[in-house]
Design a binder for this molecule. Structure first.
Ligand code: PLP
Length: 440
């Protein structure tokens, strides 16, 4: 068949996927793949989750769309469930947004409307979406280069990335970032910053996890300066960390939080902005989209939250996350080209490097791992928005023990093959004593 879609990059394969079930995706030949990227990090309950589909379809049979001039149960129920399960200071949910990008843009409007200020601070290698404004906010370049849009009123600051700062303590890195933020507010912006927008764990940029102290200090600084702290929990939210939100995990409350992806459970398109009551003066019509609050998706969101917010469900995320992290750490110990393994709950990843000493990112090798894993029936995604050398392992949250093991076994076997290929090409020299080695 002639391909009539928009030009696709070489990265997209011609393999046609036809069916999904739980953590598995099946292509048209019947080959099965275990998906460690949970679709696009959105299938919190895996492929084709029947409970969510039934809730959504039953709503679709009653009412699929209704103008937001009227009240409807699915919207009210979703807002109530979101508020019930999110950090306790967030009392209002706005669901009339159609995607993560649009939720982030709404969060910016709310901060500007409330503070009367325009400027925004975002982080290097962050990803906040693909609309013109969220691209300008995002701290990556590879998808931005050809376009001519303004970054007026947006400042980018470093993200605390400890592994890439080997000679500094996390405390030193945190202090440097916080000083950079303070200087930006004072000298670049002359105190016109309305909001700081942050992914609490850098998602597409490389699974980078700041320390809790960083958030404590950032929260305190925002309080002092009256800057609105916005968390982009589009990837980290809805159970991914083993807590409902990364905000809960770090024990820090943002003023506004954007949620999407995992909220749709098994792939329904739904997003939301949660906020403190003080923002509830901006009329909803300033940020309302025809296909925001799709009633079928809202019903899916309610069912998803009902399932994920159960303590036993979140415990499973912690248990599976701990198992996968332990396996990733042992891969790090085994293979010279894995420099770091890190994560929280089921938001994990490994950093691929040329060697452990230099920590230099090895993007080619990372892409080879991704390809080889795919051939072995494992889907992994890499950190193209960051340095490109992190293999992300973020399966659906209802993964079971045997499937976590299967995922790790395939990844480990893939890395072992790559390792033996590398060793065959350049056999390791015999160890000789060097000055940096302790003398025995
Ligand atoms: C952290 C984060 N923010 C925002 C977005 C944008 O969401 P959407 O693609 O639904 O617009 C994404 C999507 O990958 C994301 O990972």
């Amino acid at each position: 068949m002639v391909n009539q879609s928009l030009f696709r990059s070489d990265e997209v394969s011609d393999i046609k996927m036809v069916r999904g079930e739980g953590v598995y995706l099946f292509d048209e030949t019947g080959k099965r793949y275990i998906d460690s990227a949970a679709g696009t990090f959105n299938l919190s309950l895996g492929y084709s989750n029947q409970e969510v589909i039934q809730a959504a379809f039953s709503q679709a049979n009653h009412l699929l769309h209704c103008t937001s001039s009227f009240t409807t149960d699915p919207i009210d129920n979703l807002a109530a469930k979101l508020v019930e399960t999110s950090p306790s200071n967030l009392k209002i949910a706005h669901t009339k947004v159609s995607s993560g990008s649009v939720a982030i843009e709404g969060a910016i409007k709310l901060a500007q409307y409330y503070t009367g200020k325009k400027e925004v601070i975002c982080f290097h290698r962050s990803h906040h979406g693909q609309t013109i404004h969220t691209m300008a906010m995002s701290g990556f370049s590879f998808r931005n280069q050809p376009f001519q849009f303004s970054k007026d009123a947006i400042y980018h600051v470093p993200y605390p990335y400890y592994y890439q700062a080997p000679n500094k303590t996390p405390e030193e890195v945190n202090n440097e970032v916080l000083t950079y933020i303070e200087d930006t507010v004072k000298y670049s912006s002359c105190d016109q910053v309305s909001a700081i927008v942050m992914e609490p764990i850098l998602g597409l940029g490389g699974n980078v996890v700041p320390t809790q102290q960083f958030f404590v200090d950032l929260r305190e600084y925002c309080n002092q300066k009256g800057i609105v702290l916005i968390f982009d929990e589009i990837q980290t939210g809805v159970g991914r960390t083993g807590c409902m939100y990364a905000s809960d995990y770090f024990g820090v409350q943002p003023d506004i939080m954007a949620v999407s992806k995992g909220l749709g459970g098994t792939g329904f398109q739904v997003a939301s902005i949660l906020m403190e009551e003080k923002f509830n003066h901006m009329p909803a019509y300033y940020h309302s989209f025809t296909y925001g609050s799709n009633l079928m998706s809202c019903a899916a969101g309610v069912k998803t939250l009902e399932i994920i917010s159960q303590p036993a469900f979140l415990d499973n995320v912690k248990v599976q996350g701990a198992y996968i992290q332990q396996r990733l750490h042992s891969m790090k110990d085994k293979y010279d080209f894995i420099g770091d393994a890190r994560g929280v709950g089921l938001m994990t990843g490994i950093e691929v490097v040329k060697d452990k000493l230099s920590r230099e990112p090895d993007v080619d090798l990372t892409n080879r791992i991704k390809k080889a894993a795919f051939a072995n029936g494992l889907i992994v995604r890499t950190s193209g928005y960051g340095k490109g050398n992190v293999v992300k392992v973020r399966p659906s949250l209802n993964i079971t023990g045997s499937k976590s093991k299967e995922l790790c076994d395939i990844l480990d076997a893939t890395l072992a093959d790559i390792d033996s290929g590398l060793r065959a090409k350049s056999p390791k020299p015999q160890k000789t004593l060097s000055c940096s080695q302790p003398l025995v």
